[in-house]
Ligand binder design. Structure first.
Ligand SMILES: NC(=O)NCCC(=O)O
Length: 280
């Protein structure tokens, strides 16, 4: 029997406050569950604006503990209610002065499985993330969910092949890539990088971008979220570049094994020859 996972993602416009932002993601999740989805993921810091367009101390207010803060607690209830795995990207405060760009992964019965913290932190115009976030320090976890092995790699991380590879080596079948990136900066890369990573690592990727303009800056987030398969092919259409969208797609996990037998990249890689890659 085919091993097909119905998977969902949401690209959303900023509503102006966390309560309504979380509430509308809950509605999208309920709709995804009605459509038969078993896993859903949201965009980078989904419950807040993309505040890194500016560097202002007031924006530390969006941070919360993971997993015991209000959003992840609520998403655990949502997972239980809908019977879906939920990937929840938020601004995490660990303790005073220790802040991370994080995603929690929750299993379909509401169990908190763990979190990934973004490793590569940008500091470029309109993406002033080093002002807020410490680089991730929890390695490359792959979570054993009811639908399969799920990893997370957050936005700017996607430019670095090493993390994609490490997630593959750790067993990932599907990697969620919650993002916030803007028109005029990266639209062309958005069509290239995740498909190339899916091919090189022979797994599925869910690429999720924010959409629309927000109150703290002039980035125009271009959406166009998608799922891409281990052959590098988009699974169905990419989402709109202008408006909010729930995307639900069937992912055939048997294709992962099929591709790995055809293109034996894990057999043929040469870690013994890559010493230079890990020199600082
Ligand atoms: N959110 C984020 O890391 N954006 C950086 C810009 C990019 O990588 O496209």
């Amino acid at each position: 029997m085919a091993n097909v996972v119905r998977a969902a993602l949401v690209q959303a416009t900023w509503t102006g406050d966390t309560a309504s932002m979380v509430a509308k993601h809950e509605e999208h999740a309920r709709e995804a569950a009605r459509q038969g989805a078993k896993i859903i993921g949201f965009q980078e810091v989904f419950n807040a604006p993309y505040f890194c367009q500016v560097q202002e101390p007031e924006h530390y207010r969006w941070a919360e503990p993971v997993p015991d803060g209000p959003t992840v607690t609520r998403m655990r209830e949502l997972a239980r209610e809908t019977g879906m795995v939920v990937v929840v990207p938020v601004f995490e405060v660990e303790q005073s002065g220790f802040y991370f760009n994080t995603a929690a992964v929750i299993d379909a019965d509401g169990t908190y499985l763990g979190k990934y913290r973004k490793h590569h932190i940008p500091q470029v115009k309109g993406f002033w993330e080093k002002y807020y976030f410490k680089p991730g320090n929890l390695g490359w976890p792959v979570f054993d969910t009811v639908v399969g092995k799920v990893g997370v790699y957050i936005c700017y991380d996607r430019h670095f092949p090493e993390g994609w590879r490490q997630l593959g080596l750790n067993g990932a079948q599907l990697v969620y890539n919650p993002s916030a990136t803007s028109r005029g900066l990266s639209s062309h890369l958005w069509q290239l990088e995740q498909p190339a990573a899916a091919v090189a690592n022979e797994y599925y990727i869910a690429a999720i971008n924010r959409v629309g303009e927000e109150e703290y800056g002039d980035n125009d987030f271009y959406g166009t979220s998608y799922f891409v398969d281990p052959r590098g092919q988009f699974v169905g259409e990419t989402a709109s570049d202008k408006s909010e969208e729930l995307v639900v797609r069937d992912l055939d996990f048997d294709l992962i094994e099929e591709v790995r037998r055809q293109w034996a990249f894990y057999r043929d890689r040469r870690p013994d020859a890559y010493e230079g890659l890990v020199q600082p």
